[in-house]
Ligand binder design. Structure first.
Ligand SMILES: NC(=O)c1ccc[n+]([C@@H]2O[C@H](COP(=O)([O-])OP(=O)(O)OC[C@H]3O[C@@H](n4cnc5c(N)ncnc54)[C@H](OP(=O)(O)O)[C@@H]3O)[C@@H](O)[C@H]2O)c1
Length: 417
């Protein structure tokens, strides 16, 4: 398939899209082996981004609007792969991903909107299989470090124990960074959609919403404060668990359930102590209640929360970082642990590197005979090839801990009463 560009960054004028363009420009340049272009709905704004990047006319600009199917079909026919940061995806994403699925154009995004993904998977699967397009949702902080972290630990289990871990706990020990207006807009769009259609709330609460035709066993409840006997600490709810846990189960399903059909997974934040964990659970309940009230949500979205286009500044991005712990056990109680760390703030500094390297991994490292056309998770589509690439280029570290290693926490945890 001869196309003018290897990849196009759609949404390059947005907060995250600019960071993706900046990463590609500084890491790969615009006149090297990678041929790529910037795309968006406004050429003048794209020109400004190109000027700010210090890139000349060797970096082409392409105009397309997410609501104009003809402009999108022209766009996707020009590249082997589209990187899109045009969100909320449930508002602006459908026509683009559909055009990619039909045209055989690979696609990576930053979608953290599982109800939309659940609706799109059955629509996209057949056209993507026919055309050979590999559609990979969730190539940012949600859900790459979690999806690959579980996969990495399970690979370690297979190599050292010969069996998979039936139960894995994903624990967020450190997460330092800010949030963009675009991410908040996506969260608000999800609450709006649930307000219009209560069935979506059931989809959001269903750990198997992204594995059509398969339901595993009941999964642990993530909404309360709880003592974690495997990690040896108090834990509270983690806001992105509802996204990541679904992607982790989808990876297991897409790979033919190598971790078992009875696999259990949950995600939580590590708390300093019991009272901190209870405070986390109260805050999460309060946020959900407030965002569930339409007029209050709209007021917050309009006047209080950061607006689309804005996000954490350079200093916040560069001083950010994250540290995740994965602890799992076999049915006969053997325990293994692994950590995943990332430099830069998770949502933007690290995410812009993760989505860029996912695009390059799909284009260059993953054989089409292994990963055929269809709708994928990052872990199922790229697996250990992506782990290697992210370690070499994107500031992530995947490490196993010896079974005897104590699990260290920022503040010593209390044992439960
Ligand atoms: N998974 C993760 O870890 C992660 C991390 C970061 C972000 N995200 C997601 O990424 C998305 C973008 O976030 P952000 O903060 O970068 O948002 P943003 O700053 O608001 O950027 C949105 C982009 O979409 C473009 N856009 C909007 N409507 C369009 C249309 N009709 N046609 C073409 N382009 C259109 C905007 O173009 P204009 O400049 O012309 O308005 C802008 O370039 C959100 O959905 C967010 O949730 C996910």
């Amino acid at each position: 398939m001869r196309r003018p560009f290897d990849l196009i960054v759609f949404g390059a004028t947005g907060f995250t899209g600019r960071l993706v363009a900046e990463y590609l420009q500084t890491t790969y340049g615009a006149d090297g082996r990678l041929s790529w272009a910037l795309a968006g709905r406004n050429l003048a704004r794209l020109e400004q981004v190109r000027r700010e990047l210090g890139a000349g006319e060797t970096l082409p600009l392409l105009e397309a609007d997410a609501s104009d199917a003809r402009s999108l079909s022209r766009l996707v026919g020009q590249a082997r792969l589209i990187v899109t940061t045009v969100g909320p995806y449930q508002l602006h994403g459908q026509a683009l991903v559909t055009a990619c699925a039909k045209a055989g154009t690979d696609y990576v995004d930053l979608c953290g909107e599982p109800a939309w993904m659940a609706a799109m998977i059955p629509q996209l699967q057949a056209p993507a299989q026919r055309s050979g397009a590999r559609i990979v949702f969730s190539c940012g902080f949600d859900s790459i470090p979690f999806d690959l972290g579980v996969m990495f630990l399970q690979q370690h289990a297979r190599e050292t124990l010969g069996v998979p871990l039936q139960r894995v706990h994903g624990r967020v020990k450190v997460m330092k960074g800010g949030i963009s207006g675009g991410t908040l807009a996506s969260a608000l769009a999800t609450f709006e959609a649930m307000g219009r259609d209560p069935a979506l709330a059931r989809t959001m609460a269903d750990p198997f919403a992204l594995t059509p035709g398969f339901r595993g066993p009941p999964q642990p409840d993530g909404d309360t404060a709880a003592w974690d006997e495997l990690a040896g600490c108090w834990t509270g709810p983690f806001v992105m668990a509802a996204i990541n846990t679904k992607n982790v189960h989808r990876t297991n399903a897409l790979r033919g359930h190598p971790w078992g059909e009875d696999f259990e997974y949950d995600e939580r934040r590590v708390a300093h102590n019991e009272w901190h964990a209870r405070g986390m659970a109260r805050t999460a309940r309060l946020q959900n209640t407030m965002l569930g009230v339409g007029p209050l949500r709209r007021l917050l979205g309009r006047f209080v929360l950061p607006q689309p286009g804005s996000g954490p500044n350079l200093q916040q991005r560069e001083s950010g970082r994250y540290e995740l712990l994965f602890v799992g056990r076999t049915p006969d109680a053997r325990v293994l642990q692994a950590t995943v760390t990332g430099d830069r703030d998770p949502g933007y500094g690290s995410t812009s590197k993760m989505i860029s390297e996912s695009a390059l991994c799909l284009l260059g490292d993953v054989d089409r005979s292994m990963t055929r056309g269809g709708v994928w998770t990052p872990g199922a589509a790229m697996g250990m090839a992506l782990v290697r690439r992210l370690q070499q280029r994107a500031g992530l570290q995947f490490s196993t801990l010896a079974p005897a290693d104590p699990v260290s926490h920022p503040i010593p945890a209390r044992t439960p009463a």
